[in-house]
Ligand binder design. Structure first.
Ligand code: PLP
Length: 418
């Protein structure tokens, strides 16, 4: 008898973004004339940099020539890309990472979701709340979380993000083995300082634990004192793995490319309590289950590191950051407190006592704006909404003036809920 993995039944019925899409679709079908502006999902709106397009064209032509054609590539990525990554993203920032510690992939969603396969079924996992849903949901699928009671999975250690701690988690009060971190943080846009990250590296060392560090938004860091990589922290090579993505950096959300760094110094423990290197396990996993990223995509990713590519990437990130600062200015005018929006593309807004979904519906029905209700990212997100800066300047301007109009107007019977 073929049986289902019962852990899948422990998942909440739908992924937050599908739930929002369903609600918006329903509203749009009932209000076909509504001109909605989507400030919800974090997808980019700017095209790929020209440097990447040029590299694409050139490499596609190579595939059409029998002398330069390429078939299967290395599962961990071509050396030409890994070497650029190691030099530009790590060594130039003083982080000791080598090209053969890098695994090129089709993006950080797959890697952050797949990495948990390497660990024992009963490791204790700690996850930030609010959180990018993939870390939690892939652990639910793997059977590590227990059941859902009172909106929390019983075996998960939640690292609560609150206004009081600035969405930087405090150390857990229970033993923990695997810690998922994301900075700059999705959904709150919070950033971690070097000294805060140093404290966590010391903590995981003491507890023989491991940090999985998702740095998908590092390109948005403009404050040079903030770490872009966990490997800028002394000793992190032994206790951390880092995930990166070209999605938000260079508009690769549809093109698909990212990478994972597993330092050779990074160790975990076997059944007997003996230290073992993690690197060969991820290598083995990838070579069994993954066949590499296509050659033209890797050439396009390589072009991000050319002078032309760097300039075009910076211009795009600057554009989104100035959208974000426009949102922040509006929130100041509305006297709504928020975090993020400075070194991150997300603005996490406190609804001043409003329920997240109520705030969502108010903005949808009265302002024609789609945002993400904070509670969709976890219990601690209740009362907040997330606005994404990935949009055109015109849409951000229109959305902000609509929001001001709706939220500054005097409460009438209909608007009392907001
Ligand atoms: N990690 C975080 C924190 C994200 O917010 C996202 C996408 O929104 C991803 C990973 C996924 O990145 P990719 O497009 O490389 O799969």
């Amino acid at each position: 008898m073929i049986r289902i993995n019962e852990n899948y039944r422990k998942l909440k019925p739908s992924y937050i973004f599908f739930e929002i899409a369903d609600k918006v679709e329903q509203y749009q079908s009932e209000n076909p004339d509504a001109d909605l502006i989507h400030l919800g999902i974090g997808d980019v709106t700017r095209s790929l940099p020209q440097a990447c397009i040029k590299a694409f064209h050139k490499s596609v032509d190579e595939l059409g020539n029998r002398h330069t054609f390429r078939g299967y590539g290395p599962a961990n990525g071509y050396a030409f890309l890994r070497e650029k990554i190691a030099l530009e993203d790590f060594q130039k920032r003083g982080a000791d990472i080598d090209a053969d510690e890098i695994f090129v992939s089709d993006g950080a969603k797959c890697d952050t979701g797949n990495f948990q396969e390497l660990f024992a079924d009963d490791v204790a996992i700690a996850i930030q709340d609010p959180v990018y849903p993939v870390y939690l949901e892939t652990n639910i699928m793997a059977g590590r979380t227990g059941n859902l009671t009172n909106d929390r999975y019983e075996k998960v250690i939640y690292l609560d993000g609150t206004i009081e701690n600035g969405f930087i988690p405090e150390f857990p009060d229970r033993p923990v083995d695997l810690i998922y971190f994301c900075f700059p943080h999705n959904p709150t846009g919070a950033t971690i300082t070097k000294s805060q990250l140093e404290d966590w590296v010391i903590f995981v060392k003491e507890h023989k634990a491991l940090i999985l560090f998702d740095a998908a938004y590092e390109a948005f860091i403009r404050d040079d004192s903030l770490p872009r990589s966990i490997f800028e922290i002394k000793g992190a090579r032994e206790v951390a793995v880092e995930f990166r993505s070209f999605s938000k950096t260079a508009g690769f959300t549809g093109t698909r490319c990212g990478y994972t760094v597993v330092p050779k110094a990074c160790t975990v423990y076997d059944e007997a309590g003996l230290k073992t290197m993690l690197h060969p396990f991820w290598k083995r996993r990838q070579s069994t289950k993954f066949n590499g990223v296509s050659y033209p995509v890797q050439r396009a990713a390589e072009a991000i590191y050319s002078d032309e590519g760097k300039e075009q990437v910076k211009e795009r990130i600057d554009y989104y950051l100035s959208n974000a600062s426009m949102v922040c200015n509006t929130m100041d005018e509305l006297q709504l407190s928020y975090v993020g929006g400075k070194n991150a593309p997300y603005i996490w807004i406190n609804g001043n006592g409003r329920d997240s979904w109520d705030f969502f519906y108010t903005l949808l029905t009265k302002a024609g704006i789609v945002i993400t209700p904070g509670v969709g990212f976890g219990k601690c997100g209740q009362g907040y909404i997330r606005i994404s800066a990935f949009n055109t300047r015109e849409n951000i301007q229109t959305a902000m003036s609509r929001m001001k109009k709706v939220l500054l107007e005097k409460p009438s019977k209909e608007t009392e809920t907001i």
